[in-house]
Design a protein around this ligand. Structure first.
Ligand SMILES: [Zn+2]
Length: 196
């Protein structure tokens, strides 16, 4: 069961390590506004939906800040752990959406709400985002050329997770690959109205 993956601390520590790599890549490019040097300026979040005994590191959002006087702007690297400013871990958003879309008949909203303690309002926001905003986003138009044409705009992101899982040896690997793929959509998610 893919929901069992969300109980594994190892999944989140792996995603945390990937986030560090993404931040390092971002730092090497320098400040996108002035080419100044970027310094670590991480901050703590209180993400929901992960295992209860999760290392503190997994709540840290990698963040960078320009060191040049007069600029000092914050630069957020792409993230696999977090999906924009949503309160739940990105892995939880992805798995919950996939369960609703991929299970025969779809998992009922009530089941999922209980399983992950998600409010109906939040669930509706995620559904609306993936049905209405994400398929039309410029980033998805660019991303979709990198996956097989069998991944349609309908049933995103569930069919995307299925695609990555089929192309990977394990369900965990598929989930991680899918989160890495979606991480490049971060600028879109960040500017989204659906922050929860
Ligand atoms: Zn700068």
């Amino acid at each position: 069961m893919i929901t069992e993956l969300l109980q594994k601390s190892s999944l989140f520590t792996l995603l945390h390590r990937i986030d560090i790599d993404l931040a390092n890549q971002c730092r090497l490019k320098g400040c996108p506004f002035c080419d100044g040097p970027l310094h670590q300026a991480n901050y703590e979040r209180k993400p929901r939906g992960g295992p209860e005994t999760l290392p503190h590191d997994c709540s840290v959002r990698q963040s960078l800040c320009c060191g040049r006087e007069g600029c000092r702007r914050r630069c957020l690297p792409a993230s696999c752990l977090f999906m924009g400013r949503r309160v739940y871990f990105g892995a939880v958003v992805l798995v919950v959406m996939a369960l609703m879309q991929n299970r025969p008949g779809g998992a009922s909203a009530a089941e999922l709400k209980t399983m992950f303690g998600i409010s109906e309002k939040t669930l509706i926001r995620w559904i609306t985002y993936f049905q209405e905003e994400f398929p039309l986003s410029t980033t998805w138009q660019q991303l979709r050329g990198r996956v097989h044409s069998s991944v349609s705009n309908n049933h995103l992101p569930g069919n995307l997770l299925t695609y990555f899982t089929h192309n990977c040896k394990s369900a965990e690997g598929g989930l991680v690959d899918c989160l890495c793929f979606l991480a490049s959509d971060f600028p879109t998610l960040r500017s989204s109205r659906l922050m929860e």
